[in-house]
Design a protein around this ligand. Sequence first.
Ligand code: ATP
Ligand code: MG
Length: 335
Amino acid sequence: MPVEIAVIEGDGIGKEVVPAAVEVLDAVAATGSIGEFEYTYVDAGDAVLAETGEALPEDTYEAAANADATLFGAAGETAADVILPLRDAVGSFVNIRPARAFPGVDAVRSETDVVFLRENTEGVYAGHEDRLSEDLSTLTRVVTSSASRELAEFACDFVEDGRGPDGSEGFTVAHKANVMRETDGRFRDEVLAVAAERGVEADEELMDAFATKLPLDPTQYGVVVCGNLAGDVLSDLAAGLVGGLGLLPSANIGHDNGLFEPVHGTAPDIAGEGVANPTAAILSAAMLVEYFGYVEDGNRIRDAVEAVLTDGPRTGDLGGSATTTEVTEAVVERL
Ligand code: ATP
Ligand code: MG
């Protein structure tokens, strides 16, 4: 049975980097063990809103919900209206964001190699905001034991499967339970309890202290487990340490579905010129391949990308003058 992939290019450079990722998936299918991919092309984003009146049409939502996995590019102004329901469509409960420095790419901290596992359904992003008066607005923060434990079980599997940075045998949970004693206290307690039950090493760090210590010495950390907001902010901090958002992939994982997307947005300043760096989208495809258990094939993609980053060709953001297509062809050749 072919693996069914919903493909949503979206806006801006999504239209350029997603086809690059698809080309790499096909090259992996032709040369690896994963078998064939079958693609369903659907769309979402600003252009779709202008055309149809809906940023995320029903058939796109359905395609994502029914596929084995979804490859997504980027959406402009409508990003929140697209990506939040899409994460819901795939039943995603964890967002995986690796931040590793790349060979030949300027980095603030080239020794950085961390993977964030971010809770993807609750916290302050669960959406309970209210305007109570002219002067007063409130936000309700949602933390459940069940979601905290599910994330922790995933983190334990992740380190046990050797998917963390080299040699990670445990994880760090970053939180602010000294202030948010009830919500982050529950989160921290449940995550550490699951780790103890599973016999996985886990330590904890206050998120503010973490934000100081990570840039000072990123080698202290490997797999980092966070709530929704903390994971969002801290993973962006780590992205800054390894050279920005343009190269980094992410995955939203559900129970029998996943959504894979570059961390960057639509890059309107370079969209349509064919010069976008496809690396983040291609590495998102590598995470997709790994999600189906083909760790070897995922590593092959990563190795090919790193070889191209080292030897070129390179796109403009990395000081080169190559096109998206030239870089993609170079990666495919290496495969
Ligand atoms: P959005 O609102 O869609 O997030 P943005 O203006 O914030 O758009 P980003 O996509 O977040 O743009 O990118 C920020 C900067 O990084 C831009 O200058 C963009 O050109 C650059 N950039 C992002 N992704 C890439 C890429 N894949 N290749 C080259 N440059 C990129
Ligand atoms: Mg942006």
